[in-house]
Design a protein. Sequence first.
Length: 275
Amino acid sequence: MRLIIQDNHDQTSKWVANYIARKINLAAPTSKKPFVLGLPTGSSPLGTYQELIKLVHDGVVSFRNVVTFNMDEYVGIPKEHPQSYHTFMWANLFKHIDIRPENVNILNGNAPDIKAECQAYEDKMKAVGGIDLFLGGIGPDGHLAFNEPGSSLASRTRDKELNYDTKIANSRFFDNDVSKVPESSLTVGIATVMDAKEVLIIVNGYNKARALQHAVEEGVNHMWTISALQLHPRGMIVCDEPATYELRVGTYKHFKDIERNNLDPDSMLNSDLVW
């Protein structure tokens, strides 16, 4: 696992956006062989999406031949709902870049057959050659997508009941009313994410510090689903300084030392060190 520590969330966002742009450009995707990108919602990737929009507008990168698969979606609310993840993605990224609408894949939380929808999502990922890079964020309890504590590390795309902690956390998007938060979601599984050729997780803020400590310093544990990243051959976490608060001093210094040449976000676009 790689751990890239940036001074603040703005620097983290810029580093990640530049890394993604570099990976797309190195792949030189075409319509027949696109670059396949997994994407999250939530507050963690917002800065990255803003930076990617700038890079597209500046002509640094194009999403013309990029296919995307989102991590999750609520069940039972229309895709036009202001808090659906479909709305989130189009408002915060897709409508601002040159991606083709037919290349955007988001789970349908209103599908007549939920289980068939989940299986079709898995099948489509395989049909396009698998995910080249899965971008993600985590919750304070270390959950990845809607794979909350206790989720199987072998899980695949499925419907998932949301626990009370998640509903409380997400109630800020629903007038701070827990009763308005959907009871369940569709989510990619941990094994789905781990199938990607590369996984990059954004961790920001002091409230994620305990989760980062479990992800980096503790063992693999289904109560901290982010810890599965330890098993990935190309797993990376990019975090800000506040998120490192609970890491051991030795751990912090170790990763700072071995990644000292990779800390400048501006250098990432031309780096020879990209995986």
